[in-house]
Write a protein that binds this ligand. Structure first.
Ligand code: G3I
Ligand code: 9MR
Length: 564
């Protein structure tokens, strides 16, 4: 393929206040760099797309060129259709503000090298869950300009016949909205909460009390525990008396782009099935051990609910959820339950040490693998592996060795893929929520680093993470409110309806999606897989936000913050 010199829009002309002011220096988004920056010890790589440039410099805040390197031709990336040249300035370790200058003429977005690199982004990514809270207002003292009135009281939700009841209502207040829509879905809620609980299991003090400025700040309990509890308490409301768990709480259709207070659709308790029940069992067992020390009563309620759910699922082990005919909100359909059983058994065993769960795990082995896409469906098995690895002392030698070895092989596969990819990621398939696939791979590498302490896994996780914040084929930083090439129009109802120019901060958007299920409404400028992304509100297939896309971002940033 013919290489073109910087075909992308040249964004601005000259740079003020630098030594290069005699020369015309152009800012270009063809330099794909982590726009947040790098830790001093990180591998620091970036990509220049479609360029015949040969060298680069790192320019400091005084305009001085402090490092010079060659660009390496990584060939054409089949997923983006562009040439990719790579620059590496890992050797630059001094904290400061910088930009990259390519061939003396083209500059990148600014970035920093700093030991507190992700502190703000991590806080914002967690705070996004607070902004997603249903059934309560966001007060100005916590939400600033994003203050809003309460919506979705959800204290009087109708039972849909698919729930097993013909009439009556359920009080199912609270919890987070799933995404850009106002639905609440048990499977996705459990997966996301579970991923963040893992971070707390590994680093209990990571988000101290007061650090998020949420209503519970000041109660002497770390703020992430409080934020997750808001969701866990909603999850608890979704259990039927017999132990089974309803699949979701939504209206029958999606609402328009309105604020929560303006919502006027009836809310329904919909479906009851094996996957929801097992995901409920898993996350509540996990939470029961993590809240035990400071909330023993709640912890035993959670554990009892979890065991009751497990028992129901053993009796009802193949009840698939499908949207009833009159319901068109998110399906989160799941007809494969082995991974859900495994995650529930893993958490129940870890929390109770009851032999029966251990036997279940031994008799129902799950492959240690990472199925791409639909993380809400398949990634739950990795939640199980990560929790078991974290509590490996509870396993016998055979079990623990096998688990460790499989985890390491999986991580090595990811690293091998990463090494052959021009952008240094391990993904070559871009579907709905591809950004979470990327982040989930980084999460696997972090957990492998945790058990091996081998630097290569941490380096790999970081390079994959760089993709999310700008080292990708679109040049966007995919976290709202952050970076230089910002996402401005996520498919997120409050962001679209609140009249504020900037979207609510701290959300990871879905990212490039080669299936483009919204193509009737959205005119994609570029349809290469890794470029099938549009920052417009209509693009629900590439630009929605979702709790299970933020959760691995929270985990990975948290892990890196603790290890760098
Ligand atoms: O995996 C297949 C692939 O093999 C096939 O080639 C392709 C063809 O279209 O489809 C792929 O499956 C898609 C799957 O996502 C994985 O990419 C499905 O078509 C697509 O419908 C499915 O989209 C799901 C979407 O809901 C629609 O149901 C997303 O995974 C899921 O993350 C998303 O979740 C929504 C909730 O329903 C509602 N709340 C917001 C949330 C985020 O958008
Ligand atoms: O807005 C909806 C979004 O929140 C959902 O995640 C998505 C999942 O299918 O669907 C969106 O709604 C779209 C619907 O599915 C198809 N018609 C256009 C709707 C968005 O404008």
């Amino acid at each position: 393929m013919k290489k073109i010199l910087f075909p992308l829009i040249i964004i601005a002309l000259s740079i003020l206040g630098c030594n290069h002011n005699q020369i015309n220096i152009n800012l270009t988004d063809a330099i794909r760099i982590n726009q947040l920056g790098y830790y001093p010890e990180s591998v620091k790589k970036f990509i220049v797309a479609d360029s015949i440039a040969s060298y680069f410099e790192v320019i400091d805040s005084e305009g001085k060129s402090i490092f010079k390197g060659n660009l390496i031709d990584n060939g054409i990336w089949i997923s983006s259709g562009e040439g990719a040249s790579m620059g590496d300035f890992t050797k630059v370790e001094k904290e400061g503000a910088y930009y990259i200058l390519v061939d003396g003429k083209y500059r990148s977005y600014p970035f920093i090298i700093n030991s507190k690199l992700y502190d703000k982004a991590l806080t914002a990514a967690i705070k996004s869950y607070y902004y997603q809270r249903a059934s309560m207002p966001i007060e100005e003292k916590h939400g600033g300009e994003y203050a809003r009135e309460s919506g979705h009281p959800d204290n009087n939700c109708n039972y849909h016949p698919s729930s097993g009841y013909e009439n009556g209502t359920l009080n199912s207040q609270g919890g987070w909205y799933d995404a850009g829509d106002y639905g609440k879905y048990i499977g996705n809620a459990s997966l996301s909460t579970g991923q963040m609980l893992l971070l707390l299991e590994q680093f209990p003090d990571i988000i101290p009390d007061g650090s998020l400025n949420i209503p519970e700040s000041g109660n002497d309990i770390g703020d992430l525990y409080d934020e997750l509890k808001y969701e866990l308490n909603w999850i608890l409301t979704m259990q039927d008396d017999d132990g089974g768990v309803y699949h979701k709480l939504t209206a029958k259709t999606f609402s328009g782009f309105i604020m929560p207070k303006d919502y006027d659709l009836d809310r329904w308790i919909i479906g009851k099935g094996t996957a929801a029940t097992l995901n409920f069992a898993a996350v509540l067992a996990q939470a029961s051990r993590l809240y035990k020390d400071f909330d023993p009563q709640w912890s035993s309620v959670a554990l009892a609910a979890s065991q009751k759910a497990w028992n129901w699922a053993i009796q009802n082990n193949n009840i698939e959820f499908k949207n009833p005919e009159d319901v068109s909100t998110g399906e989160y359909g799941d007809d494969y339950f082995a991974d859900d059983f495994y995650w529930a058994a893993a958490e129940l065993y870890t929390s109770t040490k009851h032999e029966k769960y251990l036997n279940f795990l031994k008799e129902n082995k799950e492959p240690v693998k990472h199925e791409l896409t639909n993380s809400w469906k398949f990634f739950v098995r990795n939640n199980a592996f990560h929790s078991l690895l974290e509590n490996i002392d509870q396993l016998d030698n055979n079990f623990s060795n096998e688990l460790r070895q499989s985890q390491i092989s999986l991580a090595d596969e990811i690293l091998t893929e990463l090494e052959s990819n021009p952008y240094g990621i391990a993904l070559n398939k871009f579907e709905w929520g591809s950004n979470s696939d990327i982040l989930n791979q980084a999460m696997i590498l972090c957990n492998t680093h945790r058990i091996t302490n081998e630097e290569k896994y941490l380096d790999g996780a970081e390079q994959i993470n760089d993709y999310i914040y700008g080292k990708n084929a679109t040049g966007y930083c995919f976290l709202t409110g952050f970076g230089s090439k910002k996402v401005m129009f996520p498919h997120h109802r409050p962001s679209g309806a609140d009249g504020i120019i900037d979207p609510v901060p701290g959300f990871i958007v879905g990212g490039p999606n080669n299936d483009r299920q919204d193509k009737l409404q959205v005119n994609y400028f570029n349809t290469m897989p890794a470029k099938s992304y549009m920052d417009i509100e209509e693009s629900y297939a590439s630009n929605e936000v979702c709790i299970n896309w933020n959760a691995p971002a929270v985990y990975v940033m948290g892990y890196l913050q603790q290890k760098r």
